[in-house]
Design a protein around this ligand. Structure first.
Ligand code: DOR
Ligand code: ZN
Length: 344
């Protein structure tokens, strides 16, 4: 139902309300701003559990969901999809109670791979009981696929052998490899079984490593996994534009305060919730791939997660606007740039 009125250069685009299958809402006083920003654009979002403290059981999951929904005005229909963080030694009971509390995914962060991941398992064997329970309960395994012992730009490719082992050992487990950044990972997912899918972010589709550090260092584009070469981006675009149900949108919108991002030790994360959809519409349109936008942002992910098709609609207008330097106190993706489409 993505309709572009007056085909060639339509002034309006109507999409089913997109889903974001990977978002960081954080905790504390900014939570409400991030949730409301996301809810303007998305009907549902899969909320990552690497908060402080983390979401690791049914109690913390339920409490976090209540905090999120309490931030929403009545006028915004938005469903937070919840996940929990896998910890070494997690037992089956914990997984089952999380599933009963509505968890759709358990997140595997290799120890030390990214923000708030020091407590992650050091190998899949450390969470074997939990993975078996997830397989039985139909809870999706969401993976941050980087091997922190490999060199920074090689971490994703270096993780793939571990993923192969997980696929072999848990033959019915459904798996999402998050925020793909390399040709190797695109290829691995494309050739893998149907129960293996992947998210792709807007920033990995839009930018290359040279946008981040080719001229001067732009810490606001620094993320994990890092944005890579033009050839990697080409592979990601081909996957997103292919219409394959294995590749769908997850923003990995990950706000960090400006002072931290502009410090001597910038944390990884791109705040993309407020700009991802108009930026993607511009990209898909300019690359002649508009047909693939709807499956990418508003149906393939829902199908993989066995959720109802997206409800509601999102209306965008072709009216250029300049993205502000700060949104919700954070420097957003595309800050200072002009986007062709805006929210109606
Ligand atoms: O860039 C990232 N930021 N990648 C992640 O995996 C985590 C995220 C965050 O939480 O800041
Ligand atoms: Zn993330």
């Amino acid at each position: 139902m993505s309709e572009a009125k007056n085909s060639a250069l339509s002034e309006e685009m109507i999409l089913p309300k997109p889903d974001d299958f990977h978002v960081h809402f954080r905790q504390g006083e900014s939570l409400g701003a991030y949730v409301r920003s996301s809810a303007q654009w998305f009907g549902r979002a899969l909320v990552m559990p690497n908060t402080l403290p983390p979401v690791v059981d049914a109690g913390s999951l339920d409490a976090y969901r209540k905090k999120i929904t309490a931030c929403l005005p009545e006028s915004l229909d938005f469903i937070p999809l919840m996940s929990f963080k896998l910890l070494a030694g997690m037992d089956a009971k914990t997984v089952e109670t999380c599933a009963a509390a509505g968890a759709v995914a358990g997140k595997y962060y290799p120890a030390g791979a990214t923000t708030n991941a020091a407590d992650g398992p050091s190998n899949p064997g450390a969470v074997s009981e939990a993975l078996s329970a997830m397989e039985s309960a139909g809870v999706v395994l969401s993976i941050h696929g980087e091997d922190p012992d490999a060199p920074s730009l090689e971490r994703e490719a270096a993780f793939l052998p571990a993923l192969e082992k997980i696929l072999d050992r848990w033959p019915r487990l459904r798996i999402v490899l998050e925020h793909l950044s390399t040709r190797e990972a695109v290829d691995f997912v494309a050739k893998g079984p149907e129960r293996l899918a992947a998210t792709i972010t807007a920033h990995h589709l839009l930018f290359t490593i040279d946008d981040m550090m080719g001229a001067g260092l732009n810490p606001h584009l620094f993320c994990k996994p890092p944005i890579k070469s033009a050839a990697d981006r080409r592979a990601l675009r081909n996957a997103a534009f292919s219409g394959s149900p294995k590749f769908f949108f997850g923003s990995d919108s990950a706000p960090h305060a400006r002072a931290a991002k502009e410090s001597a030790r910038a944390p990884g994360g791109v705040y993309s919730s407020p700009t991802a959809i108009p930026a993607l519409l511009g990209l898909f349109e300019s690359e002649g791939a508009l047909e693939a936008l709807k499956p990418f942002v508003a149906s393939s992910g829902a199908r993989f997660y066995r959720l109802p098709a997206p409800q509601g609609r999102l209306r965008l207008l072709r009216e250029p606007w300049t993205v502000p330097g700060e949104i919700d106190g954070i420097v957003p993706m595309c800050a200072g740039s002009e986007l062709a489409w805006r929210l109606a």
